[in-house]
Design a protein around this ligand. Structure first.
Ligand code: GRG
Length: 283
Protein backbone atom coordinates (compact mmCIF):
# COMPACT_ATOMS: atom_id res chain seq x y z
CA UNK A 1 0.00 0.00 0.00
CA UNK A 2 1.42 3.43 -0.98
CA UNK A 3 1.09 6.37 1.35
CA UNK A 4 -1.33 9.18 0.60
CA UNK A 5 1.65 11.51 0.14
CA UNK A 6 3.17 9.24 -2.54
CA UNK A 7 -0.16 9.07 -4.38
CA UNK A 8 -0.46 12.86 -4.34
CA UNK A 9 3.05 13.13 -5.80
CA UNK A 10 2.11 10.71 -8.59
CA UNK A 11 -1.03 12.72 -9.30
CA UNK A 12 0.84 16.04 -9.41
CA UNK A 13 3.32 14.64 -11.94
CA UNK A 14 0.59 13.06 -14.06
CA UNK A 15 -1.54 16.22 -14.11
CA UNK A 16 1.46 18.28 -15.25
CA UNK A 17 2.29 15.78 -17.99
CA UNK A 18 -1.31 15.57 -19.20
CA UNK A 19 -1.74 19.13 -20.50
CA UNK A 20 -1.82 19.06 -24.30
CA UNK A 21 1.23 20.62 -25.89
CA UNK A 22 0.58 23.64 -28.05
CA UNK A 23 2.84 25.66 -30.33
CA UNK A 24 2.94 29.06 -31.94
CA UNK A 25 -0.37 30.93 -31.88
CA UNK A 26 -1.90 28.35 -29.54
CA UNK A 27 0.59 28.54 -26.68
CA UNK A 28 -1.68 30.68 -24.53
CA UNK A 29 -4.29 27.92 -24.29
CA UNK A 30 -1.99 25.52 -22.42
CA UNK A 31 -1.09 28.36 -20.03
CA UNK A 32 -4.77 28.79 -19.16
CA UNK A 33 -5.18 25.07 -18.50
CA UNK A 34 -2.04 24.97 -16.34
CA UNK A 35 -3.23 28.01 -14.41
CA UNK A 36 -6.41 26.28 -13.23
CA UNK A 37 -5.02 22.74 -12.95
CA UNK A 38 -2.00 23.81 -10.91
CA UNK A 39 -3.45 26.27 -8.43
CA UNK A 40 -3.35 24.26 -5.24
CA UNK A 41 -6.40 21.98 -5.38
CA UNK A 42 -6.50 19.23 -2.76
CA UNK A 43 -6.66 16.43 -5.42
CA UNK A 44 -9.27 14.55 -3.38
CA UNK A 45 -10.99 12.99 -6.38
CA UNK A 46 -7.85 11.63 -8.10
CA UNK A 47 -6.60 10.42 -4.72
CA UNK A 48 -9.83 8.47 -4.17
CA UNK A 49 -9.53 7.02 -7.67
CA UNK A 50 -6.04 5.63 -6.95
CA UNK A 51 -7.09 4.46 -3.47
CA UNK A 52 -10.04 2.48 -4.86
CA UNK A 53 -7.88 0.91 -7.56
CA UNK A 54 -5.45 -0.27 -4.89
CA UNK A 55 -8.18 -1.28 -2.45
CA UNK A 56 -9.72 -3.49 -5.19
CA UNK A 57 -6.41 -5.28 -5.72
CA UNK A 58 -5.17 -3.31 -8.74
CA UNK A 59 -2.05 -1.21 -9.27
CA UNK A 60 -2.80 2.41 -8.44
CA UNK A 61 -0.41 3.67 -11.13
CA UNK A 62 -2.58 2.03 -13.80
CA UNK A 63 -5.51 4.18 -12.68
CA UNK A 64 -3.57 7.45 -13.04
CA UNK A 65 -5.12 8.47 -16.39
CA UNK A 66 -8.60 7.91 -14.97
CA UNK A 67 -7.68 9.92 -11.86
CA UNK A 68 -6.37 12.81 -13.97
CA UNK A 69 -9.46 12.79 -16.21
CA UNK A 70 -11.73 13.22 -13.18
CA UNK A 71 -9.55 16.12 -11.95
CA UNK A 72 -9.97 17.75 -15.38
CA UNK A 73 -13.76 17.58 -15.06
CA UNK A 74 -13.57 18.95 -11.51
CA UNK A 75 -11.33 21.81 -12.69
CA UNK A 76 -13.59 22.70 -15.63
CA UNK A 77 -16.59 22.78 -13.27
CA UNK A 78 -14.81 25.26 -11.00
CA UNK A 79 -13.70 27.49 -13.90
CA UNK A 80 -17.26 27.63 -15.25
CA UNK A 81 -18.83 27.93 -11.79
CA UNK A 82 -16.73 31.06 -11.09
CA UNK A 83 -17.94 32.85 -14.26
CA UNK A 84 -20.06 36.00 -13.85
CA UNK A 85 -23.11 34.18 -15.28
CA UNK A 86 -22.81 31.47 -12.58
CA UNK A 87 -21.42 32.16 -9.09
CA UNK A 88 -19.42 35.22 -10.15
CA UNK A 89 -16.39 34.57 -7.95
CA UNK A 90 -13.29 36.71 -8.49
CA UNK A 91 -11.02 34.37 -6.52
CA UNK A 92 -10.44 30.63 -6.49
CA UNK A 93 -7.98 29.07 -4.02
CA UNK A 94 -6.75 32.56 -3.10
CA UNK A 95 -5.81 33.47 -6.70
CA UNK A 96 -7.76 35.41 -9.33
CA UNK A 97 -10.26 33.05 -10.95
CA UNK A 98 -9.69 32.08 -14.58
CA UNK A 99 -11.98 34.78 -16.03
CA UNK A 100 -10.34 37.47 -13.89
CA UNK A 101 -6.93 36.46 -15.23
CA UNK A 102 -7.77 35.67 -18.87
CA UNK A 103 -11.16 37.27 -19.53
CA UNK A 104 -14.60 35.70 -19.61
CA UNK A 105 -14.56 34.24 -23.13
CA UNK A 106 -11.16 32.64 -22.59
CA UNK A 107 -12.25 31.14 -19.25
CA UNK A 108 -15.28 29.64 -20.96
CA UNK A 109 -12.97 28.17 -23.59
CA UNK A 110 -10.49 26.91 -20.97
CA UNK A 111 -13.32 25.07 -19.18
CA UNK A 112 -14.50 23.59 -22.48
CA UNK A 113 -10.93 22.49 -23.29
CA UNK A 114 -10.57 20.79 -19.88
CA UNK A 115 -13.88 18.99 -20.33
CA UNK A 116 -13.03 17.82 -23.84
CA UNK A 117 -9.50 16.72 -22.99
CA UNK A 118 -10.72 14.63 -20.03
CA UNK A 119 -12.31 12.20 -22.49
CA UNK A 120 -9.21 12.19 -24.74
CA UNK A 121 -7.21 11.13 -21.65
CA UNK A 122 -9.64 8.28 -20.93
CA UNK A 123 -9.74 7.09 -24.53
CA UNK A 124 -5.92 7.13 -24.72
CA UNK A 125 -5.33 5.20 -21.47
CA UNK A 126 -3.25 2.02 -21.73
CA UNK A 127 -5.95 -0.01 -19.94
CA UNK A 128 -8.16 -2.26 -22.08
CA UNK A 129 -10.60 -0.79 -24.60
CA UNK A 130 -13.43 -2.33 -22.58
CA UNK A 131 -12.25 -0.62 -19.38
CA UNK A 132 -11.78 2.71 -21.18
CA UNK A 133 -15.27 2.61 -22.71
CA UNK A 134 -16.81 1.84 -19.31
CA UNK A 135 -14.79 4.70 -17.80
CA UNK A 136 -16.05 7.11 -20.51
CA UNK A 137 -19.63 5.97 -19.91
CA UNK A 138 -19.43 6.37 -16.12
CA UNK A 139 -17.68 9.73 -16.17
CA UNK A 140 -19.90 11.25 -18.86
CA UNK A 141 -23.06 10.12 -17.12
CA UNK A 142 -21.99 11.14 -13.58
CA UNK A 143 -20.75 14.54 -14.80
CA UNK A 144 -23.81 14.99 -17.06
CA UNK A 145 -27.47 15.96 -16.81
CA UNK A 146 -28.34 13.31 -14.23
CA UNK A 147 -25.11 14.06 -12.37
CA UNK A 148 -23.01 17.16 -11.76
CA UNK A 149 -24.67 19.35 -14.43
CA UNK A 150 -28.10 18.41 -13.05
CA UNK A 151 -26.94 19.46 -9.57
CA UNK A 152 -25.75 22.81 -10.88
CA UNK A 153 -29.10 23.28 -12.65
CA UNK A 154 -30.92 22.80 -9.33
CA UNK A 155 -28.46 25.17 -7.65
CA UNK A 156 -29.28 27.89 -10.22
CA UNK A 157 -33.02 27.19 -10.05
CA UNK A 158 -33.01 27.84 -6.28
CA UNK A 159 -30.95 31.03 -6.34
CA UNK A 160 -33.89 33.22 -5.44
CA UNK A 161 -36.13 30.83 -3.53
CA UNK A 162 -35.72 28.72 -0.44
CA UNK A 163 -34.74 25.10 -0.89
CA UNK A 164 -35.95 22.48 1.60
CA UNK A 165 -33.88 19.56 2.91
CA UNK A 166 -35.08 17.27 0.11
CA UNK A 167 -33.97 19.70 -2.61
CA UNK A 168 -30.62 20.20 -0.85
CA UNK A 169 -30.10 16.45 -0.65
CA UNK A 170 -30.72 15.98 -4.38
CA UNK A 171 -28.65 19.02 -5.32
CA UNK A 172 -25.62 17.94 -3.24
CA UNK A 173 -25.91 14.30 -4.31
CA UNK A 174 -25.68 15.45 -7.94
CA UNK A 175 -23.51 18.56 -7.79
CA UNK A 176 -20.86 17.16 -5.46
CA UNK A 177 -21.26 13.44 -4.76
CA UNK A 178 -21.70 12.34 -8.39
CA UNK A 179 -18.16 13.35 -9.41
CA UNK A 180 -16.74 11.77 -6.25
CA UNK A 181 -18.65 8.64 -7.26
CA UNK A 182 -17.03 8.82 -10.71
CA UNK A 183 -13.59 9.01 -9.09
CA UNK A 184 -14.22 5.95 -6.89
CA UNK A 185 -15.92 3.90 -9.62
CA UNK A 186 -13.21 4.66 -12.20
CA UNK A 187 -10.62 3.43 -9.67
CA UNK A 188 -12.60 0.18 -9.35
CA UNK A 189 -12.85 -0.17 -13.14
CA UNK A 190 -9.07 0.32 -13.49
CA UNK A 191 -8.63 -2.63 -11.10
CA UNK A 192 -11.21 -4.77 -12.94
CA UNK A 193 -13.28 -4.89 -9.75
CA UNK A 194 -16.54 -6.88 -9.66
CA UNK A 195 -20.01 -5.29 -9.45
CA UNK A 196 -20.23 -5.92 -5.67
CA UNK A 197 -17.18 -3.74 -5.09
CA UNK A 198 -18.43 -1.09 -7.52
CA UNK A 199 -21.79 -0.91 -5.80
CA UNK A 200 -20.17 -0.45 -2.36
CA UNK A 201 -17.84 2.18 -3.81
CA UNK A 202 -20.97 4.05 -5.01
CA UNK A 203 -22.55 3.89 -1.52
CA UNK A 204 -19.33 5.18 0.01
CA UNK A 205 -19.10 8.01 -2.53
CA UNK A 206 -22.69 9.22 -2.11
CA UNK A 207 -22.32 9.49 1.66
CA UNK A 208 -18.82 10.94 1.53
CA UNK A 209 -19.93 13.45 -1.12
CA UNK A 210 -22.84 14.63 1.02
CA UNK A 211 -20.56 14.96 4.08
CA UNK A 212 -18.01 16.79 1.90
CA UNK A 213 -20.56 19.34 0.64
CA UNK A 214 -22.05 19.95 4.10
CA UNK A 215 -18.51 20.48 5.47
CA UNK A 216 -17.93 22.92 2.59
CA UNK A 217 -21.10 24.82 3.61
CA UNK A 218 -19.92 24.83 7.25
CA UNK A 219 -16.47 26.17 6.27
CA UNK A 220 -18.14 28.91 4.20
CA UNK A 221 -20.46 29.73 7.08
CA UNK A 222 -17.69 30.12 9.66
CA UNK A 223 -15.26 31.93 7.34
CA UNK A 224 -14.98 35.66 7.89
CA UNK A 225 -15.55 36.52 4.28
CA UNK A 226 -19.11 36.36 2.98
CA UNK A 227 -19.44 33.48 0.49
CA UNK A 228 -21.22 33.92 -2.83
CA UNK A 229 -23.95 31.57 -1.51
CA UNK A 230 -24.58 33.90 1.43
CA UNK A 231 -24.54 36.97 -0.79
CA UNK A 232 -27.10 35.34 -3.09
CA UNK A 233 -29.13 34.13 -0.08
CA UNK A 234 -28.86 30.48 -1.17
CA UNK A 235 -30.12 27.75 1.16
CA UNK A 236 -27.45 25.50 2.63
CA UNK A 237 -27.36 22.95 5.47
CA UNK A 238 -26.20 25.67 7.87
CA UNK A 239 -29.00 28.06 6.86
CA UNK A 240 -31.68 25.35 7.19
CA UNK A 241 -30.43 23.39 10.21
CA UNK A 242 -27.97 25.74 11.95
CA UNK A 243 -24.26 25.16 12.49
CA UNK A 244 -24.34 22.48 15.20
CA UNK A 245 -26.96 20.30 13.50
CA UNK A 246 -25.15 20.65 10.16
CA UNK A 247 -21.96 19.38 11.85
CA UNK A 248 -23.91 16.40 13.24
CA UNK A 249 -25.38 15.58 9.81
CA UNK A 250 -21.91 15.75 8.18
CA UNK A 251 -20.56 13.36 10.85
CA UNK A 252 -23.49 10.97 10.27
CA UNK A 253 -22.88 10.85 6.51
CA UNK A 254 -19.17 10.26 7.14
CA UNK A 255 -20.06 7.33 9.40
CA UNK A 256 -22.35 5.91 6.71
CA UNK A 257 -19.55 6.27 4.15
CA UNK A 258 -17.15 4.45 6.46
CA UNK A 259 -19.73 1.67 7.00
CA UNK A 260 -19.86 1.10 3.23
CA UNK A 261 -16.12 0.38 3.40
CA UNK A 262 -16.64 -2.68 5.66
CA UNK A 263 -17.12 -4.69 2.47
CA UNK A 264 -13.46 -4.05 1.57
CA UNK A 265 -12.02 -5.01 4.98
CA UNK A 266 -8.54 -3.77 5.88
CA UNK A 267 -7.79 -2.92 2.25
CA UNK A 268 -9.84 0.24 2.77
CA UNK A 269 -7.91 1.54 5.79
CA UNK A 270 -6.42 4.52 3.95
CA UNK A 271 -9.81 5.44 2.49
CA UNK A 272 -11.27 5.43 6.04
CA UNK A 273 -8.53 7.81 7.08
CA UNK A 274 -9.26 10.12 4.13
CA UNK A 275 -12.99 10.19 5.00
CA UNK A 276 -12.17 11.18 8.60
CA UNK A 277 -9.66 13.82 7.50
CA UNK A 278 -12.17 15.36 5.07
CA UNK A 279 -14.71 15.79 7.87
CA UNK A 280 -12.14 17.59 10.01
CA UNK A 281 -10.56 19.67 7.24
CA UNK A 282 -10.26 23.44 7.41
CA UNK A 283 -10.21 24.23 3.68
C1 GRG B 1 -20.57 24.83 -13.86
C2 GRG B 1 -20.86 22.65 -15.09
C3 GRG B 1 -20.75 23.37 -13.84
C4 GRG B 1 -20.81 22.67 -12.71
C5 GRG B 1 -20.58 23.28 -11.44
C6 GRG B 1 -19.01 21.42 -9.08
C7 GRG B 1 -19.83 22.60 -9.38
C8 GRG B 1 -20.89 22.39 -10.31
C9 GRG B 1 -19.59 23.84 -8.91
C10 GRG B 1 -18.39 24.22 -8.15
C11 GRG B 1 -18.69 24.87 -6.84
C12 GRG B 1 -19.05 23.91 -5.77
C13 GRG B 1 -19.46 24.44 -4.45
C14 GRG B 1 -19.01 22.65 -6.00
C15 GRG B 1 -19.35 21.63 -5.05
C16 GRG B 1 -18.23 20.69 -4.92
C17 GRG B 1 -17.10 21.32 -4.17
C18 GRG B 1 -17.24 21.49 -2.71
C19 GRG B 1 -16.03 21.68 -4.86
C20 GRG B 1 -14.76 22.09 -4.25
O1 GRG B 1 -14.00 20.91 -4.25
P1 GRG B 1 -12.60 20.80 -3.54
O2 GRG B 1 -12.71 21.31 -2.14
O3 GRG B 1 -11.76 21.82 -4.40
O4 GRG B 1 -12.12 19.42 -3.72
P2 GRG B 1 -10.17 21.95 -4.57
O5 GRG B 1 -9.95 23.43 -4.62
O6 GRG B 1 -9.49 21.30 -3.40
O7 GRG B 1 -9.83 21.28 -5.85
Amino acid sequence: MNSIKEYIELIEKAVKASVPETKGHLEGISDMLFYSLESGGKRIRPLLCLEFASCCGGEAEKALDYAVAVEYIHTYSLVHDDLPCMDDDDYRRGKPSSHKKYGEANALLAGDALLTHAFDILASSALSAEQNIRAVKELSSLAGVNGMIGGQYIDLAYENRNADADVLFTMDALKTAALIEAACVLGCIAANADEGKISNARKFALNLGLAFQITDDILDFISEEKSSDEIKGKSTYTSIFGLEKAKEIAAEYTEKAISALEFFGENANEIRLIAEQLLNRNN
